[in-house]
Design a protein around this ligand. Structure first.
Ligand code: DON
Length: 612
């Protein structure tokens, strides 16, 4: 299946360079008016939180023009594809959790990318050695691109639950793309984190780099007329312009026959997508997951997302402890161990349920959780711990001795949007193109990056022939960690939270719920608190502020927990595995939208009518 790339070097590359602005002229152009970036907003009429002010403002504009939370979420997501193209846009996919106030229902939309029909279980192994490819190497390849599912998700959500049209909801993004926005320091960091991949494609260089191939400087007015035009075409012709039309053909061409920069050493494995893969794509409505926790009803995303089942299982394990009454180090020890065990089960059992049998009711069963809780004593378990047996009758305290299914490596980014409207509808929407910058490839002429989501599959089972629910196959969706939560008390929504950060999405959501519900922190404080993530790995990944804390020391000395400090080549970006957004329903038509105060330069929370 895999073949070495037939590189079609762009002969007109010099012309592309001439068309670009020189670095000396970057400051020219009118700065668009942008509200100040505030991480918390309280008010009425509706609210939105996202990573970026321009994107949140697009959602607020949709609300002000008669749209509901679904319209606002699509407006925000499509605008984020303009202002932070490294984490969003038409080239990716995601999961939407929706509360419909009128019918008092929670529904979800599975808008996850699919693997092209030609995918096979060995597509990410080296045919010469039979060994799995390097994760970063494979993730840089067009082969890692799945069928872009974002536009289908937007269209499905709007047609079923929105008040406006796709055309109306794309309008704010079209305006932002046309008039441009100022590059800031966060944008530069994100560019740096994907620089070699962006440099490998003339179309990405032309859009996102200087003629010299460097990140655009702070203050540069970045317009994206190609993406504005793409959104106009989608507005005019609908999603079929992508799934059965010229845009789809351009995506397939870009994926299978990438045009690369002369001298490129990054790109070697072209994609295997066909236009039939695109026309077969369907975003699907499906039932949410549900667990009870401290009197709350917690709803999230079912497989192929692993968020609902893993957050749910960990909360079920934690239900057996009175965390609020425990010393904080003990409570955090219980959190880390609950995550460790829930992750073992996630890795062993969760995959695309259309391809593998996922024991979802077992994973979400309090009785099953009890069989995992009783493994926790007073010392950290040694990872990898074996999975449990999530099938009734649930029998206590036994680990399976079968080999541990391999957990796929996961990168650390994406984005979460929350939106609420004056009718009380809520949308929590985690979406992504996977890595910062996705595959790095911009679809020539269309102004957006393609995802590299297929490396969320496991590349090989843990041992030859071992069962693995997350191996690639034609049409299959890779397991995801994305899946925001909406929480209810006595049938009334009280808060929502979602996060970025690959496999740490699940632990970030868990930690925020625990901070808020058990430790009594306000949601802004719960988001801001230093994070630590245990994913059935030898050490827990800790943000620097946690790593250097007295609590971390106590967890090590008293409970034998081990930590690795989150860091990387692009700082402070790599100190933060992921950022989060949240929403508090305050009652009487009042909302509090919450974004990150610091991580990734902070996010943006806005309300329609700010409280005086
Ligand atoms: O679906 C997932 O869980 C991931 N692909 C989400 C994206 C992410 O955070 C990884 N980023 N590099």
């Amino acid at each position: 299946m895999r073949r070495l790339i037939a590189v079609s070097v762009m002969s007109a590359f010099a012309a592309v360079l001439l068309a670009l602005p020189s670095e000396a002229s970057i400051a020219a152009g009118q700065a668009p008016p942008v509200a100040a970036k505030e991480p918390v907003a309280v008010g009425t009429g509706g609210a939105v939180a996202s990573m970026d002010t321009g994107a949140s403002q697009a959602g607020i504009d949709a609300l002000k023009h008669g749209g509901n939370a679904i319209d606002a979420a699509v407006a925000t997501a499509s605008a984020l594809g303009v202002t932070i193209p490294f984490v969003a846009g038409p080239g990716g996919g995601g999961f939407m959790v929706i509360y419909l106030a009128k019918t008092h229902q929670v529904v979800t939309i599975d808008g996850r990318e699919t693997c092209p029909a030609a995918c096979t279980p060995t597509m990410f192994t080296d045919p010469k050695t039979g060994q799995p490819l390097g994760y970063d190497y494979a993730s840089d390849q067009p082969l890692a691109t799945g069928v872009p599912s974002m536009v289908a998700t937007w269209a499905k959500a709007i047609s079923l639950y929105g008040r406006k049209s796709l055309a109306a909801d794309l309008q704010p993004a079209i305006e932002v793309a046309d008039r441009g926005f100022r590059v800031d320091a966060d944008f530069v960091q994100l560019t740096e984190s994907d620089l070699p991949e962006l440099q490998a494609y003339p179309a990405s260089r032309a859009l996102l780099l200087t003629p010299e191939g460097n990140p655009l400087p702070v203050g540069y007015l970045l317009r994206n007329p190609d993406l504005a035009n793409t959104y106009r075409l989608l507005a005019r012709y609908g999603p079929s312009y992508l799934y059965d039309g010229p845009l789809g053909r351009a995506i397939v061409q870009a994926d299978d026959h990438p045009v690369v920069t002369p001298g490129n050493t990054v790109i070697a494995l072209p994609g295997i997508m066909t236009t039939s893969d695109l026309s077969a794509y369907q975003a699907r409505v499906q039932a949410p997951t549900h667990v009870r926790y401290r009197g709350l009803d917690i709803y999230s995303m079912a497989p192929p997302s692993s968020s609902g089942s893993t957050v749910g299982e960990a909360l079920n394990i934690l239900s057996g402890y009175d965390l609020s009454a425990e010393p904080r180090a003990t409570a955090l020890f219980h959190y880390l161990e609950a995550s460790r065990l829930a992750y073992a089960d996630r890795n062993a059992y969760v995959g695309d349920p259309r391809y593998v049998s996922v024991p979802l009711s077992g994973l979400l069963s309090p009785a099953f959780a009890a069989t995992r809780r009783c493994l926790i004593h007073n010392q950290a378990l040694v990872s990898p711990v074996a999975p449990g047996h999530p099938y009734p009758p649930y029998q206590g305290c036994q680990n399976q001795s079968s080999p541990q299914a391999a957990a796929s490596s996961e990168g650390l980014h994406t984005n979460n949007i929350v939106a609420v409207d004056k009718w009380g509808n809520i949308v929590a929407y985690t979406n992504t193109i996977n890595f910062f910058g996705g595959s790095g490839e911009t679809v020539p002429g269309y102004g957006f990056l393609l995802n590299n989501e297929m490396t969320d599959f496991d590349f090989a089972p843990s041992s030859p022939g071992a069962y693995d629910p997350n191996l690639p196959a034609g049409g299959k969706q890779p397991r995801s960690s994305m899946g925001p939560v909406i929480a209810f008390r006595d049938g009334t929504p009280v808060f929502s939270v979602g996060a970025a950060g690959g496999s740490t999405i699940i632990t970030t959501i868990l930690q925020i719920i625990m901070n808020h519900v058990d430790f009594g922190m306000s949601l802004p404080a719960a988001l801001a608190a230093p994070r630590v993530s245990q994913t059935n790995s030898a050490t827990s990944l800790a943000e620097p502020a946690f790593y250097t804390s007295a609590l971390a020391q106590q967890l090590t000395s008293q409970f034998g927990e081990k930590f690795t400090e989150a860091t990387g080549p692009v700082l402070p970006l790599d100190y933060y595995p992921g950022d989060a957004t949240a929403l508090q329903i305050l009652g009487h038509g009042r909302f509090e939208a919450i974004a990150e105060p610091v991580r990734l330069g902070g996010g943006s929370a806005l309300v329609v009518k700010p409280a005086p």
